[in-house]
Design a protein around this ligand. Structure first.
Ligand code: CTP
Ligand code: CA
Length: 225
């Protein structure tokens, strides 16, 4: 048999996934980061590989082993992640941005360790590039999926990101929900497609959530497959 069911739903497809946090240095010993563990992105990479895809994983600093068969590229900063994602984008059919990218970075990275002086310290920060938004602008045939981490009004904010970043679908994480969010081994999410289709994925392991998400994505990629 040579149909999708026997070969895997993503057989012959190139899939690009970003995962984990970024680190934005202020000096050689200190950096700004966030609570992302990378587990959701790694689960997606593992499950996409199981479906037969050729997976490239662009990973911030995480404490996880690379899933079997996945090509992993390690990055540290939002700028590194931007450059690697842009470079790989054109060669991929499905792109999923699960990484928690820093929105701001120190305006200056000091060459030497900062010494403490005054009681109060004001650090100037500047915006990083919005990687996903840029991918949305450059999109041709790719199916582009973003994530949204929200603590309130999650459907409203998620829908806004779906539109403003020109995505095909978004995975909304209400990080206040039970068993959801950073560092956990479980998650519960809402998948939203541009057609308006909305699907809840109930609390389960991140690998189960990844399987469910990939099924929805594959069915929405439709004729492209
Ligand atoms: N994202 C990105 N580049 C950035 C910031 C975010 O690619 N500089 C991506 C994330 O990887 C995620 C999506 O945008 O897939 C949404 O991230 P999120 O932090 O929820 O939204 P923001 O657009 O950054 O808006 P805000 O943090 O203000 O809610
Ligand atoms: Ca953000």
């Amino acid at each position: 048999q040579d149909d999708h069911a026997s070969r895997g739903l993503l057989e012959g497809k190139n899939v690009l996934i970003s995962a984990g946090p970024t680190q934005e240095s202020v000096d050689p010993v200190r950096f700004f980061t966030n609570h992302s563990s990378g587990k959701m992105g790694y689960a997606l990479a593992r499950q996409a590989t199981n479906l037969g895809a050729t997976v490239t994983l662009i990973s911030g600093p995480v404490d996880l082993t690379t899933p079997q068969g996945v090509k992993r590229i390690d990055v540290q900063t939002a700028e590194d992640m931007y450059n690697n994602m842009i470079e790989a984008f054109d060669h991929n059919d499905l792109v999923i941005k699960a990484a928690a990218v820093a929105d701001y970075r120190p305006k200056v990275t000091f060459e030497h360790k900062m010494k403490k002086k005054q009681d109060d310290l004001i650090l100037e920060m500047e915006r990083t590039k919005d990687i996903l938004k840029e991918l949305g602008k450059r999109k041709s045939s790719q199916f582009l999926v973003g994530f949204a981490a929200e603590t309130d009004k999650y459907l409203e904010y998620g829908r806004k990101k779906l539109v403003s970043k020109n995505l095909d679908a978004i995975v909304i994480n209400d990080i206040t929900a039970e068993g959801a969010g950073f560092r956990k081994d479980t998650n519960q999410v809402t998948y939203l497609h541009t057609s308006g289709k909305q699907q809840q994925l109930a609390l389960s392991s991140k690998d189960e959530i990844a399987k469910g998400l990939l099924q929805l994505i594959v069915s929405d990629m439709g004729e492209g497959l």
